[in-house]
Design a protein around this ligand. Structure first.
Ligand SMILES: [Zn+2]
Length: 350
């Protein structure tokens, strides 16, 4: 792999995956003020198009192929979503909906993440971004929830491990909500290091600091809940001082980011206070780690419900992935970082 990527790639040479089908999933057909709108993705694509896609190569996200969804999900779960779409659609729960076009959208979202993993592992680029929806990180192996039908990032990780021959995958989830679906998929596994920073006390209510995975997976789940109102200092401190050291020791062959942008200060669903530049800075830290390890980074869009903010955040993230400027070191946050270090330190000598 490193041999194929040894030639320096031009700045901005990432792969951007999407598909028009991802715009057809529309929960507002069921709930008037549903925050997950096609406009979120349209805003992202308009912003990127206005800057000539930052030089990234656009590729069509293919649909997940037969059996691919079962890398993570039960056949029963896949069938339930498919049947619900075919029979005209309906509600999974109070905020998760499947319309007639949703199954197809979800197939392309999942297939896009898988294809991105394949292309990165094949050395076709060192960074990728999936501009897809519905998002995936709340979807558990046997349950759709939290706007998510199939777990795009978990599927990409499983594909990399089971079909592409990788040994270890790091999944970093910086969506403001805990990535419970991804956590469940890999709870008992030591080949996926799952790290999530999320606001405490909001949906879905999981992701306590003390939950470090279980059985053979103990220590390979890093949950970092932060209080409402948390700003960039804390998030960057946790990335640099709590997530990156174990990640470096773990030495993944592939880094995947569950990139929600709902920790942005303008987001209507949560109460964290990140700036657009904060996401770029988190990305730079991850990019530097991946550079050290000489492994690719695949990024998958999750939440983020203020379309203009999401669009600017995605643009900043892509620029940072392509190597815009060096990361800056953040001071450790005295209280939360040391509490997290004490917990994580059981497993990873921090
Ligand atoms: Zn979210």
């Amino acid at each position: 792999m490193s041999e194929q990527r040894s030639a320096p790639r031009p700045q901005g040479a990432g792969l951007y995956f999407s598909h028009p089908a991802c715009l057809e999933h529309n929960p507002r057909a069921y709930m008037l003020a549903h925050p997950d709108t096609p406009e979120r993705l349209q805003a992202v694509e308009h912003a990127l198009a206005a800057h000539d896609w930052l030089g990234w190569e656009r590729r069509e996200a293919p649909p997940a192929v037969e059996g691919q969804l079962e890398l993570v999900h039960s056949a029963r779960h896949v069938e339930l979503i498919r049947e619900l779409a075919i029979t005209g659609g309906g509600a999974i729960d109070g905020d998760t909906f499947v319309g007639e076009a949703s199954y197809r959208a979800a197939l392309h979202a999942a297939g896009g993440a898988c294809e991105m993993a394949r292309a990165l592992v094949a050395g076709e680029a060192s960074v990728g971004f999936c501009g897809v929806r519905p998002s995936g990180h709340h979807a558990e192996p046997d349950r759709a929830m939290g706007f998510c039908l199939f777990n795009n990032v978990a599927l990409a990780a499983e594909l990399a491990l089971r079909e592409l021959g990788l040994k270890r995958v790091l999944v970093l989830d910086w969506d403001v909500h805990h990535g419970n679906g991804t956590a469940e998929a890999f709870r008992r596994r030591s080949d996926v290091l799952f790290a999530s920073i999320h606001q405490a006390g909001i949906y879905p209510g999981t992701g306590a600091l003390s939950d470090a995975g279980s059985g053979p997976g103990e220590g390979y789940t890093i949950n970092l809940p932060v209080p409402a109102g948390s700003e960039e200092d804390l998030w960057l401190s946790l990335i640099e001082h709590i997530v990156l050291p174990p990640a470096r020791t773990f030495a993944p062959d592939l880094v995947l980011i569950s990139a929600g942008f709902d920790a942005h200060r303008e987001d209507p669903l949560a109460g964290c206070r990140l700036e657009t530049a904060s996401f770029a800075e988190m990305t730079r830290h991850v990019r530097d780690l991946a550079g050290e390890l000489d492994v690719p980074i695949g990024t998958v869009l999750e939440g983020g419900y203020e379309p203009a903010a999401v669009a600017q955040c995605v643009r900043a993230t892509l620029l940072a992935l392509a190597g815009d400027q060096p990361a800056h070191s953040a001071a450790p946050d005295a209280m939360l970082t040391s509490r997290a270090a004490a917990q994580i330190g059981h497993h990873w000598s921090l």
